[in-house]
Design a protein around this ligand. Sequence first.
Ligand code: ARG
Length: 654
Amino acid sequence: MNILDELRSRFEPVLAEWTNDPSSVIEMLKASQDAKFGDYQANFAMPLAARLDGIKPRDLAVQIAEKVDLSDFCEPLEVAGPGFINIKLKQDWLEGLTKQLVPDERLGVSPAKTPQKVVVDFSAPNVAKPMHVGHLRSSVIGDANYRVLQFLGHDVVGDNHIGDWGTQFGMIIFGYKHFLNEAAFQINPVNELARLYRLVNQLSDYHATQNAVPLRQTETENLESKLQTLETTANLTDKKIQKQLKKLKSDIGERKAELTSMQEKLTEFEQDEDLKSKAIAFPDIARQAREETARLHAGDADNLALWKQFLPECLDAIQTVYDRLDIHFDMTLGESFYQPMLADVVADLKQKGLAQESQGAICVFMEGFEAPFIVQKQDGAFTYATTDLATIKYRAEELKADRVLYVVDSRQSEHFQLLFATVKQWGFTELALQHVSFGTILGKNKRPYKTRSGDTVGLESLLDESIQRAHAIVAENDDAKPDGPELSEAERQQIAEVVGLGGIKYADLKHNRDSDYVFDWDKMLANRGDTATYMQYAYARVCGIFRKGNIDRSALRNEQAVLCLTEESERALALQINRYSEILESVAIEARPNYLTNYLFELSNLFSTFYNNCHVLKAEEEQVKTSRLLLCDLTARVINHGLSLLGIRTCERM
Ligand code: ARG
């Protein structure tokens, strides 16, 4: 049962007496932060009184509290301070509710009353190159949302909208035609394609940097002469001038640092004779690679054949990563799938008067947006935007979606705002579209996470390293056990996988997804604190209690036991267990798995407190022992289930 929902639905009609829009304040009824304010607390009397004339918030709170009838499951309401309404659940009711969870496989979570068809668009790497750390967030956040929605009874379609038609393919096609190492390709095609991609990228980068240097130099010189003029002619005691000087100096400093790093890059590149000779041989490589892409898009037989040859290899490579991460998709309809539909999309937009020509390109101009949405470029090429429009049409008409979640980097916010605005005008007004945006993973230097030499971190090597580090920790813990180590090497390895992969996923999911976060091995694999490991240990600890007491858990669940929540820590733990349903629903609405991680962390903490305060196996009375064992069992089941919805596994022994 969703207690929060029940409370809100009791208050809403009562609030209607004071406002036309109770839903606007109903969210101010929440779980309380502190047990001394009850189990839940409602703070809406304050904003409501402010909107009304001549009633004090506290008096309003008293009137609301008198009107609402919660006597079947709550103690009489208490009004506190300026107008807080404190709600405390009745003890016997909470005990009964907790008891009902014991045989319930869904742990009190009812399936959604109105199930929706939800497409989760996630992971979506550009597949011509190996997956790197940048692909972690979309994959993990998308997967967690997918699992939660599915558990809540929605009809969920996980769609990996891979980039399989972009400029990167032009780059590997060009690389293949000019730099292929045949033998390497025979042995491991994906590695060779990745090498070709890097090579072409490096060569284009080299020329781009080379072209940019003189520009930067002129810019810097201009700034320097501006500085000189200012220093010789302006009134240097003027605060404004001082500010201007400071700004100029810092700009010059920045430009110079940038120039130095560009020059260093060029020198390093030129030291490699092979690279240098290739760069000389292909001075216009970026344009040539773009032309290969254009030829592919125009249906050139050779390029199409190469694309068809490369694609399965690329897909195999990403599949290896998904297998390791235990992430599944229902479909992988990449960008190429929508190509045949793009011309019609543009024609339809034009016909509906939504798109028009502007400087040779076809654009959609949306009110409130500075930049237009370009759906066809001057050279006739369709864009990322056109593909996304076709994708929405397909999802609405063919997949019959009610809702689509786009789990994509926040740097694409602008794109999605324009996309969603366009789609509404295009006629898909019923479809709920949500950009589930997320920030960047940073290194300790607060810059995007890179290897020491400045390369992007491959996703596979990241997973390997995590498992390796987890193994060391697991071994150390095991060796330190008072009665000596308990685990075999195979067990250690298996636990290390669970801990290593869980640690990476959890560290990603626990942050508010909109913010950037710093990648930190030590914090993420710590036994204590807000980590997967901490919860995995809590789970294993409960399993240990049952092992030690030689207790059959399924028999325990069938016992006609009483559940008593006499101790404060027992009651707090039971209440938290019963809140599982409300938490999952909030995750589903906002697509925020960190609500679930917060919840699990609190649950594990409450379990710790309970376990420190209450004897379980050594409880004085048999009845109390059974009741406490049931609480342990429920805690472990919720932790295990909650973690599984985050794509994280547990071990019975650690
Ligand atoms: N492949 C894109 C990228 O790497 C992400 C695609 C996200 N999904 C979408 N429907 N646009 O940036």
